[in-house]
Ligand binder design. Structure first.
Ligand SMILES: [Zn+2]
Ligand SMILES: [Zn+2]
Length: 127
């Protein structure tokens, strides 16, 4: 039952991402799933979750992609224009949903997506 397995994978992956306080990479997700599904399935599920606006992609300083859950305050399509914090010590990426980057672009430049990652030391590592 391929469909059932994919649905299970989707549920499990979404659960994993929403329960995590930090963004997760593909391999971290795969390790946590304990062989429930293969990498291709995970990629497919992640793509679908991004499409459905349940998770969003985070591009880390090193170019690696991580995934974080979307905390919708209301059920409307929202833009992910918050800042991400990347810790140099523990390599975690955290969504700072309340911090909105502010900038002004020259005329005629249209913003479609904002990818704002700040790197440094997280509170966990600096204490
Ligand atoms: Zn840290
Ligand atoms: Zn985020």
């Amino acid at each position: 039952m391929k469909q059932t397995r994919n649905t299970t994978a989707k549920t499990e992956i979404l659960k994993l991402i929403s329960q995590s306080t930090v963004a997760l990479s593909h391999s971290e997700i795969q390790n946590n799933l304990d062989g429930l599904c293969d990498r291709v399935t995970i990629y497919r599920v992640l793509d679908r979750l991004v499409e459905e606006d349940l998770v969003h992609k985070v591009v880390n300083i090193d170019g690696g992609v991580k995934y974080a859950s979307c905390n919708h305050k209301e059920a409307v399509h929202h833009s992910h224009n918050h800042i991400h914090f990347s810790c140099e010590e523990c390599h975690t990426v955290t969504c700072l949903e309340d911090v909105k980057p502010s900038f002004e672009l020259p005329k005629r430049y249209q913003v479609k997506e904002v990818n704002f990652t700040v790197s440094g030391i997280c509170p966990e590592c600096s204490s």
